[in-house]
Design a protein around this ligand. Structure first.
Ligand SMILES: Nc1nc2c(c(=O)[nH]1)N[C@H]1C(S)=C(S)[C@@H](COP(=O)(O)O)O[C@H]1N2
Ligand SMILES: [Mo]
Length: 223
């Protein structure tokens, strides 16, 4: 029997090795997709991926017609803002896609938001040097806090639309803030006011045992 004889184990092994060597020379199975897969981990620890978008709130879903909605920015800013719907909607618009990570354990990928970019809000209101934190106020009485540098992140916006349609009331319409890098409780629905302050102040859940920061990658769920 020669080494090429398939009945010989040595021959079989040799053929296999030869074939693998050919594959290596050809670069077989290389897809050049490695960059597209970055970051390799998309689902934070302890989260499960879902498709349907759940509704979570304090049991009150305020009914705010767009023509009655008023949005203010005040506190440590040089130019306080007071936008009615028409003014808000005539500001420059952006569309951004991001993932949602809720502290209750679900995540939802590729949510497409349209609205006013936070950079535009910050440019317009011009926070003073002493402004370090932001307290967000909602029409259902909810509040939540965020450090100003985290609020200023390039993926943050005041969203009026989701997937090309106006945001449903149960998801915070007419306008909610979206702050994707932090657990979703920081993304206040029915937003009505941003207050810039010097010292940090806790919001509704931060005051009730949730973590003050809420980084999903560090599982900062509870205090
Ligand atoms: N105004 C307001 N915003 C809120 C809440 C709330 O109760 N009131 N709940 C927060 C929590 S805990 C979560 S998980 C998300 C839920 O948003 P969704 O109902 O659109 O999924 O909204 C956040 N923003
Ligand atoms: Mo939540």
């Amino acid at each position: 029997m020669t080494a090429d004889d398939p009945r010989s184990l040595d021959g079989y092994r040799e053929k296999l090795v030869r074939r693998k060597q050919e594959w290596a020379r050809e670069g077989r199975l290389l897809t050049e997709e490695a960059d597209a897969l970055w970051p390799r981990e998309r689902l934070p620890p302890g989260q499960r991926l879902i498709e349907k978008w759940p509704v979570l709130d304090l049991g009150v879903q305020p009914d705010i017609p767009r023509d009655k909605w008023i949005f203010t920015v005040d506190g440590l800013v040089e130019n306080p803002i007071c936008w009615k719907w028409d003014e808000f909607i005539s500001q420059p618009q952006v569309t951004l896609s991001s993932d949602i990570h809720c502290v209750t354990g679900w995540s939802r990928y590729d949510n497409v938001w349209t609205g006013v970019h936070i950079a535009h809000v910050l440019e317009t209101c011009a926070p003073e040097a002493g402004a370090r934190h932001c307290l967000m106020y909602s029409s259902d009485g909810y509040t939540t806090n965020i450090r100003i540098d985290r609020l200023a992140d390039e993926d943050v916006l005041l969203a009026h639309s989701w997937e090309g349609e106006y945001l449903a009331k149960e998801h915070g319409g007419p306008v909610r803030i979206v702050i994707p890098k932090w657990y979703f409780w920081k993304s206040a629905k029915w937003i009505r006011r941003l207050e810039f302050i010097c010292e940090d102040e806790k919001g509704f859940w931060e005051d009730r045992g949730y973590h003050n920061d809420g980084d999903p990658w560090r599982e900062e769920r509870y205090d």
